[in-house]
Design a protein around this ligand. Structure first.
Ligand SMILES: CSCCC(=O)/C(O)=C/O
Ligand code: FE2
Length: 186
C-alpha cells in the first residue's frame, strides 16, 4: 500500500491528494500502523494467512462490510460522511481489503499532518487504539473489507475534540509514542 503526506487541497476526497512526499516504513512503524499485503488468490491461501495473523494477535471475531451505493442505498452518503469524520477508537481497527479500495488517513505526531494510505485488494492494516484517523473511498467508489475484532464486533468512533483528546485510550497512545521516542507535541 502506498503511503504519502496529503496535500491541503480541499477538493473531492476521492481524489489522491498526493503532496508528492512519500512516507517511509519507519514513520508508519513509529506511529504503530501495521501493514501486510496478502493477495486474494483463487485457491483461498489468503484465508490461512489472515487466520495466522488473527491467531497470533488474538483477533477472535470477524465480519465483512461492503461500502458502495448499491449495497447501502440511502445510508451510503451518511456512512461515508461518518467514516471520513476524524475519529479514534478504544480498540484496534483491523481491516483486510478483499475488493475495491480506499484511503485510510492517519494523523502523524507531532506534526498533525495527514498521512494517506491507499489500500486495495489484499492490503491488511491495523491502526492502534487512540490514533486519530478517517476512511474514504477512492474513485472506484466501492470496498469489500473484512473487519477483525479482539472481542465482539462493534464500531464506536470518538470524534476528535477536547473531550476525546483526554480519552484514556488517546492518552495511552500518546504515551506509547513517547516511550518509543516520538515527540507528541504540547
Ligand atoms: C472500510 S472499513 C469501514 C471504515 C471503518 O470502519 C473505520 O473505522 C474507518 O475509520
Ligand atoms: Fe475508524
Amino acid at each position: 500500500m502506498r503511503a504519502y503526506y496529503m496535500d491541503n487541497d480541499p477538493s473531492d476526497q476521492r481524489l489522491a491528494h498526493d503532496s508528492g512526499r512519500a512516507v517511509d516504513a519507519e514513520t508508519l512503524d513509529a506511529l504503530g500502523v501495521l501493514r501486510w499485503h496478502i493477495p486474494v488468490d483463487p485457491e483461498g491461501k489468503w484465508e490461512s494467512e489472515v487466520d495466522a495473523i488473527a491467531n497470533e494477535r488474538h483477533y477472535k471475531n470477524r465480519d465483512v462490510v461492503v461500502v458502495n451505493k448499491e449495497g447501502m442505498g440511502d445510508q451510503f452518503e451518511a456512512t461515508l460522511k461518518k467514516f471520513y469524520h476524524e475519529h479514534m477508537h478504544e480498540d484496534e481497527e483491523i481491516r483486510y481489503v478483499i475488493e475495491g479500495g480506499g484511503y485510510f488517513d492517519v494523523r502523524e505526531a507531532p506534526t498533525d499532518e495527514w498521512i494517506r494510505l491507499h489500500v486495495g485488494s489484499g492490503d491488511m492494516l491495523v491502526l492502534p487504539a487512540g490514533i486519530y484517523h478517517r476512511f474514504g473511498l477512492d474513485m472506484g467508489m466501492k470496498s469489500r473489507t473484512m473487519r477483525l475484532f479482539k472481542d465482539e464486533p462493534k464500531w464506536i468512533a470518538h470524534n476528535r475534540g477536547v473531550d476525546t483528546d483526554v480519552n484514556p485510550f488517546r492518552v495511552d497512545y500518546l504515551k506509547a509514542l513517547q516511550s518509543k521516542g516520538v515527540a507528541v507535541g504540547a
